[in-house]
Design a protein around this ligand. Structure first.
Ligand SMILES: CC(C)(COP(=O)(O)OP(=O)(O)OC[C@H]1O[C@@H](n2cnc3c(N)ncnc32)[C@H](O)[C@@H]1OP(=O)(O)O)[C@@H](O)C(=O)NCCC(=O)NCCS
Length: 404
């Protein structure tokens, strides 16, 4: 690397008072191709202090003459995993090197600095939406494929029209609360505090109410030249489909696309029984990418789920220790009389799961058999059988307006 170095790079956390406008410009130019006022406003809003962008955890690389050459942004949130766990997640966003400074190893330097700080800052995992074939060097691996459905209006039956209330930019609290209830148990979803990360910059929302006056459902939509795009939803599938029909009529669109949909949600199941096209996009090393930060804290948070899964299984009376080993961390689970706990010290056991696919096992990207046949996990003695029970595939997904 050193022969390619031209000058030095100082990596540090950005400061809003010093870097906000230069950073917003750099992000706008890199990802939107220009510095239009509306773009700068959108980016500035995403970076605003007090929002989901975390200034102290983010990193910029500054050249000898004080220019921002690199940026890796951090969003701090809780990701649902299984029925009960919430992993504290470092979401990385707006990863860029200014064009004139690329291919000098400066992003590697910037990312390394950011990642080194994640365990001490209390993160369990890190997630990002990435370009192909760049993030393996930082130990990110595919988190989940993207599912989407496409339909034409002729295949939707009009439902009795419901009264729609529209919202933009800010989501009503009742909608946020319904989203949290609807996404409970959906691995990969965000525990919402204020709404969606994109703050519905492009999306428009509409809600409808039940006879009791409470919000019964919502959908988030966008319209392009040809289609109605549905980017988020909650509620009864028949009502949602009726509302989609209603909106297609009012926007004069004959096609609808439902993107980034949870493959096992009720609406997806309903769509599979109708005339619809389901597209599953797999990316070997791109798209939603996951990295383990702290194996021990992940296992501690998963204990209630592990106990429940064990209790419901044919292995409910299994006792013993099982060791989980990545290159960086080794953690043991002790299982006795249906109790599952993380052991304090290291135990001697022959039941061992090891390899770099550990984060994917913990969240349920795939089951252990798929991860073993991919060659990213190995399991010795009873551990494959146990892992089949303890870590089933969970079909993770995250609605599009959360993609940071
Ligand atoms: C992707 C990007 C951040 C890389 O920044 P960079 O500073 O050039 O990267 P580095 O020089 O630190 O590269 C580190 C390693 O990754 C490799 N690499 C660099 N760019 C790459 C790319 N686009 N795809 C795949 N590998 C790449 C380099 O070859 C280097 O490996 P090597 O040392 O073995 O040669 C930069 O090209 C960029 O800003 N692109 C536009 C914005 C973008 O797409 N960001 C990613 C959003 S997810």
């Amino acid at each position: 690397m050193s022969d390619r170095y031209v000058g030095g790079l100082r990596v540090a956390a950005p400061e809003p008072s010093l870097h906000l406008s230069a950073l917003a410009r750099l992000i706008a130019v890199t990802f939107w191709g220009g510095e239009e006022e509306s773009t700068l406003a959108t980016v500035g809003d995403a970076l605003r202090p007090g929002g989901s962008y975390r200034w102290p955890g983010s990193r910029i690389g500054i050249t000898d003459d004080g220019r921002i050459a690199t940026h890796a942004g951090l969003v701090d949130y809780r990701m649902r995993v299984g029925e009960h766990a919430q992993f504290r997640t470092a979401g990385l966003c707006a990863i860029l090197t200014a064009e004139e400074f690329r291919r000098r190893g400066w992003m590697r330097q910037t990312m390394s600095d950011l990642l080194t700080n994640l365990p001490a800052a209390g993160y369990d995992v890190s997630l990002l939406f990435g370009i192909d074939d760049f993030y393996q060097q930082f130990d990110y691996r595919r988190a989940w494929p993207e599912h989407r459905f496409e339909m034409v209006m002729a295949d939707l039956t009009p439902a009795p029209p419901v009264t729609l209330e529209f919202f933009e930019h800010e989501q009503p609290d009742e909608v946020v609360a319904l989203a949290n209830r609807h996404e409970q148990g959906q691995t990969g979803s965000v525990v919402r505090e204020g709404g969606w990360f994109t703050k519905l910059v492009e999306d428009r929302g509409c809600l409808w109410r039940g006879t009791d006056g409470n919000v019964a459902g919502y959908i988030l939509t966008r319209v392009n030249d040809e289609q109605l795009l549905v980017t988020g939803h909650a509620g009864h599938p028949d009502e949602i489909l009726g509302v989609i029909h209603q909106l297609m009529q009012s926007h004069d669109r004959k096609q609808v696309r439902l993107g980034s949909i949870a493959p096992e949600c009720e609406l997806a199941k309903r769509l599979r029984r109708m005339n619809s096209k389901e597209v599953i996009q797999h990316q070997r090393a791109g798209g939603a990418l996951l990295r383990l930060v702290n194996l021990r804290s992940c296992l501690l948070k998963l204990l209630p789920d592990l106990k429940e899964r064990l209790r419901k299984s044919a292995l409910s009376d299994w006792s013993g220790d099982i060791c989980f080993d990545t290159d960086n961390e080794m953690v043991d689970l002790r299982i006795t009389n249906g109790e599952v706990e993380v052991a304090d010290g290291h135990l001697v056991t022959s039941h061992q799961v090891s390899g770099p696919g550990m984060a994917q096992l913990l969240v349920g990207t795939d089951d252990i058999d798929a991860l073993m046949s991919e060659g990213i996990l190995t399991a010795k003695h009873d551990s494959a059988q146990l892992a089949r029970v303890l870590f089933p595939a969970t079909h993770p997904s995250m609605p599009e307006p959360d993609h940071f």
